[in-house]
Design a protein around this ligand. Structure first.
Ligand SMILES: Cc1cc2nc3c(=O)[nH]c(=O)nc-3n(C[C@H](O)[C@H](O)[C@H](O)COP(=O)(O)OP(=O)(O)OC[C@H]3O[C@@H](n4cnc5c(N)ncnc54)[C@H](O)[C@@H]3O)c2cc1C
Length: 405
């Protein structure tokens, strides 16, 4: 059965919900189709680590973090950047605070109250949410769905795709849409993991340190140097510290650890020289302030250990050979997706007028720190507004519609 529909949003993650809100605000009749039995599962998962909504920093600094995507994301981030994200959360009854490294979190430190308030607001605006509605591609006369009531085809005036990236498929973002869009002539850059852990070929000695965090080290990759915590696990190295340099490592830059970032090589050498004769190496490393897990990393990667200043140099730049990124599905986010060149300035697919796209399915990447949600919300809002304007043009003139922007 083919159903008419005014404005359709596919995907009920943060990008899709934001697009739906903008369409509804512009007076469109909005239907959100979501494949999963409930909306925004990845957003709720992000809430388990506190829900880092944005980064409280000047717009130019924030925008620069999106690197090659910064030029085309800039107008969207200028429209909905760190200040607007915080106001938006407050508007949904969620006070926010700025934690360490300028990361902004809701005081509740979880996503569920914010999501509940947002869904209530959308419901009040007349937005309809259909769950277990899985888009299966472009069918005859519209967009085809598998639904609890059987196959349906929708032929909306405008559509916003907000299908997410290609990691944590169990939360909904399975990237099944890539061939459907590619088949329409939409260019999609191959996926790569972003903000991910790395596999390690550990020796058996490391097993007793699995699950142990290493704190206070600096992770160095080329000219990048980040203080941060990471975890030694059976799967490799994981956690915020490693994510911060993961893009450089993915691109082939070797990893080195400065295990004593507050001391110079000379200072460490002097302290090593003060050790009593016959004192075990383990004891000397412990007295320098290394945790057992950090000392185990030294033994793992620098044996046979040199003495004196050469050992001090090893502690300042311990090479850590990894065996490549953990699998794509485990990554916090992804690189790749719909290329900017496949989109108009209004995030409309050039190959498919009337269809817009937003969120993590677009080809941008960013570090953790709230940059991911900020860009999802900003692009969702931008696409929703452009789709609403497109829909308005359609209603005003039955003739051909020029691309937006
Ligand atoms: C563990 C974890 C922690 C994170 N923490 C943070 C954080 O603190 N701060 C931050 O900024 N970011 C964080 N992120 C990243 C952030 O959650 C994502 O970038 C964001 O959710 C992407 O939003 P989106 O709307 O583009 O896509 P998604 O949230 O992935 O939503 C896409 C939706 O589309 C639906 N969908 C997909 N295909 C179909 C289909 N064929 N038919 C119908 N529906 C479909 C999916 O079911 C899903 O509901 C975290 C991610 C993870 C995995």
């Amino acid at each position: 059965m083919t159903l008419g529909c005014d404005a359709l949003v596919i995907g009920a993650g943060p990008a899709g919900l934001m697009a739906a809100e903008e369409l509804a605000r512009a007076g469109r009749q909005v239907l959100i189709a979501e494949a999963k039995p409930s909306p925004a599962r990845k957003f709720l998962m992000a809430g388990k680590s506190g829900l880092n909504l944005t980064q409280d920093e000047p717009l130019a600094a924030l925008t620069a973090e999106y690197r090659e995507a910064a030029p085309w994301l800039a107008p969207m981030l200028a429209d909905f950047g760190p200040d607007q994200v915080q106001d938006w959360a407050r508007g949904l009854g969620q006070d926010v605070f700025t934690g360490s490294s300028r990361r902004v979190f809701p005081v509740a430190m979880k996503a569920s109250p914010l999501l509940r308030a947002w869904l209530r607001r959308l419901d009040g605006m007349g937005v309809q949410l259909r769950t277990r509605w899985r888009w299966t591609g472009f069918g005859d006369g519209g967009l085809a769905f598998d639904t609890p009531a059987g196959p349906q085809v929708l032929s909306p005036a405008v559509t916003v795709l907000a299908l997410g990236g290609a990691s944590w498929a169990r939360l909904g973002s399975d990237a099944a849409w890539v061939p459907w869009l590619a088949g329409q002539g939409v260019f999609v850059a191959p996926w790569q993991p972003a903000n991910m852990g790395f596999r390690m070929d550990w020796s058996a000695h490391m097993a007793r340190h699995f699950g142990t965090p290493v704190k206070g080290a600096a992770l160095c990759a080329g000219n990048q140097r980040r203080r941060g915590e990471f975890v030694i696990s059976a799967r490799g190295l994981e956690g915020g510290g490693i994510y911060a340099v993961s893009r450089a490592l993915r691109d082939g830059v070797p990893l080195a650890l400065d295990l004593l970032p507050d001391l110079s090589t000379d200072q460490i050498a002097v302290r090593l020289g003060l050790a009593r004769s016959g004192e075990t190496l383990a004891n000397r490393l412990r007295k320098l302030g290394l945790s057992p897990a950090a000392a185990a990393l030294v033994q793992e990667f620098a044996r046979p250990l040199p003495e004196g200043k050469a050992l001090a140099a090893v502690l300042k730049a311990l090479p850590v050979p990894h065996a490549g990124p953990r699998p794509l599905d485990e990554a916090i986010s992804v690189a790749g997706g719909i290329l900017a060149g496949a989109l108009t300035d209004g995030l409309e697919l050039r190959a498919r007028p009337g269809v817009f796209a937003c969120g993590e399915m677009l080809d941008w990447e960013a570090p953790t720190g709230g940059y991911l949600l900020t860009a999802c919300l900003a692009t969702g809002r931008w696409a929703g507004r452009a789709a609403a304007a497109h829909g308005a043009q359609l209603s005003a003139s039955p003739g051909p519609v020029p691309g937006i922007g």
